[in-house]
Design a binder for this molecule. Sequence first.
Ligand code: ADE
Length: 261
Amino acid sequence: MACGFDVITIFPGMVRAYLGESIIKRAIQGGLLDVGVHNLRDFTKDRHRTTDDYPYGGGSGMVMKVEPLHEALSALRQDGTPRLTVLLTPQGRAYTQQTAERFAADERRIVLICGRYEGIDERARELLVDEELSIGDYVLTGGELASLVIIDSVARLLPGVLGDAESAREESFTWGILDYPHYTRPPEFLGRTVPDVLLSGNHRDIAQWRRREALRRTLQRRPDLLEKADLTVEDKRFLRELCSDRTKSSGEDTDESYKGY
Ligand code: ADE
């Protein structure tokens, strides 16, 4: 069965534009992914098709009204398909690769409500929404890009969506650490050469080099990821070595980041 999403937005064109290109387009055409894009204004009942209103209590910014959202979700529910309702908002819990994996395995259709304006009526959150998600600590003009980030990252996990050339590699990120460096031809560019090990043809050495470079990068750029990552005894030994090298070269006698590895 195809993985299904319903996007509720006041800018359906934005969402359709992205879905109509490249890998996602192919996944939809191939029946692996199904995305319904719904214009929230179609579920309003007034002449002006109003989806927002002034905040009670005053202040700047408009608030997304509860009734059109309730109408839209009731209309979707008519077909009896089980659904999980997600609101995209900077106030949500952090969306991660783990969330993408959970959604890819979920049998339910996932409804993505794209917030706009300053926020959404609290009663819509309470009554209509199962989960609130944020794609990062920055504020977008609306949830459309966030919903596309979710659809894209879930779609590429579905069997058959990525071709062999795109998916053959096991990505580091699925192990909870950053990716290793990649090289392709030419072997030398502006004096920079490709590491010898990658030209050696020794698959064990190549795998070890990649793993170590991935760990080195993660320690440098995202040490926070190492706390939750799936690390082997050998990984931890290598990280300890890196940390003690760092301590020696910086002349410190203790190194905080050594802890735990
Ligand atoms: N809407 C506005 N900013 C957002 C964010 N960072 N994540 C999800 N939805 C949003």
